[in-house]
Design a protein around this ligand. Structure first.
Ligand SMILES: [Zn+2]
Length: 442
């Protein structure tokens, strides 16, 4: 048996499946020095079994598994909040000018610092991150994430048309730069590589073929991109790929879809595309605040569930309006309400599942994170709302755990995330970040 360093005592929620939540108001979690949960049960019993362990009492807050963001753009932290435009205009006026600035390595390093700090502040311990079009900027992201031990899957974003010239590459360069980055980062600590064409609109068949070659060369690599986000985008892609049956097929044709693939949005899918995604076990990153901000449309969650397509949550920063997965959960709930009878009524348990275990599953990490089960690593956040805030009042007067969890999704924000652990190591405490290694300059 591994040595146990700590027993956490907590009021804790998690979602071993999507049918409901598990709540314990005096949970004991024994965590080994390697950060693995070695025992779970009533605190009295776990503490009796581990008499030498340090006990950390977290009952003044609420303990949740670390949040999982399956779609978030590293270069866009500074362009959050530009409202009033549809997708293609927003890209041209806001996102793409900022993305070009990451050609400057110093600028990219500053953005990486802000981006990683923003993830941690929101309680996001695991993420699938859209990287940069510039390889040194992707290095900066992985470097900064590794300083905190965050679980980040990311890669070089590639495009060869329809974008400003500095953001374009060639299939040959895309392939060699990706292999180079993957050789440095894929499988190093908690980092993994994701092959990332921006979207088919800006990626021709030759560059998608180069992406497939990287997938073949890098064992265990992930694939991510965008799909069916906006009607004008979908129509343009249809015109660019007349030989494909739809947007999903532009990726599937090259063998890019599988269990390690995550596509963002899918607001306007054909039924046949849902069947393909289900068959490939490719997950969709649902990004409701982005879909609303850009007016992209209302996500058909019921149809995805009926077809058997896995769905998790993404913030889609910077089209999304912030890093908090609590807000994305709430927005997902709103969207389903607005769909009326076509919507899927989401409970607080569903929202927690989407923000944690479903994200872990989409990223192939169900055995590692997502719940507080024995054998998993201790990735967790503790919510402690400031006294007198609506969330503090609400939690103190909640009539049931279900009510309390509903209040968390209705009211919680970054300010309520007091503590953050990844793999048993605390990386934020009382709102302050604690890196594992110092910032290296030079
Ligand atoms: Zn996106």
């Amino acid at each position: 048996m591994r040595p146990t360093e700590v027993v956490y005592r907590a009021r804790a929620f998690d979602t071993p499946d999507d049918s409901g939540f598990r709540y314990d108001d005096d949970l004991g979690l024994a965590v080994s020095s390697e950060g693995v949960i070695t025992a779970r049960g009533a605190f009295a019993s776990v503490s009796a079994d581990h008499p030498d362990a340090t006990v950390i009492d977290l009952r003044s807050g609420i303990l949740l598994p670390g949040l999982v963001d399956t779609h978030v753009h590293f270069p866009q932290v500074r362009v959050i909040g530009a409202l009033g435009m549809p997708l293609l205009e927003w890209l041209e006026r806001c996102a793409l000018p900022e993305e070009q600035r990451l050609a400057d390595a110093g600028y990219a390093a500053a953005i990486a610092g802000e981006f990683v700090a923003s993830l941690i502040a929101a309680g996001t311990t695991t993420s699938l991150v859209f990287g940069s079009h510039f390889a040194p900027a992707v290095d900066a992201l992985f470097t900064e994430a590794s300083r905190f031990g965050l679980r980040v899957t990311s890669g070089l974003v590639v495009s060869d048309r329809m974008l400003p010239e500095p953001l374009l590459t060639t299939p040959e360069r895309a392939h060699s730069e990706a292999l180079d980055l993957a050789s440095r980062w894929h499988g190093k600590d908690r980092a993994r590589y994701a092959v990332t064409p921006r979207f088919s609109l800006s990626a021709s068949d030759p560059i998608l073929e180069a992406c497939a070659a990287v997938m073949a060369d890098v064992e265990g690599a992930f694939f991510t991109s965008h799909v069916n986000e906006n009607p004008a985008e979908v129509a343009t892609v249809a015109g660019q790929f007349p030989d494909r049956s739809g947007y999903v097929d532009t990726y599937d044709h090259h063998g890019l879809l599988g269990v390690r693939s995550v596509l963002a949005h899918n607001v306007h899918p054909q039924d046949s595309e849902l069947a393909v995604l289900a068959h490939r076990r490719t997950a969709i990153a649902h990004c409701p605040s982005s879909n609303s901000a850009l007016g992209s449309g209302l996500f058909r969650l019921r149809e995805h569930a009926a077809a058997g397509v896995p769905v998790a949550l993404g913030s889609d920063v910077g089209a999304g309006t912030g890093f908090s997965l609590f807000k994305e959960g709430l927005q997902a709930y709103f969207v389903q309400r607005l769909l009326g009878d076509d919507g899927l009524a989401l409970t607080p348990a569903h929202l927690l599942h989407l923000a944690t275990a479903a994200g872990a599953a989409a990223l192939g990490l169900s055995d590692v994170i997502g719940t507080f089960d024995v054998g998993k690593e201790f990735d967790a956040i503790c919510l402690r709302p400031p006294a007198g805030t609506a969330l503090d009042i609400g939690l103190r007067h909640a009539g049931s755990p279900d009510e309390a969890l509903g209040k968390v999704f209705a009211l919680a924000s970054d300010a309520d995330v007091a503590d953050v652990w990844v793999g048993g190591t605390q990386i934020a405490s009382g709102g302050f970040l604690r890196a594992l290694s110092p910032l290296r300059r030079g």
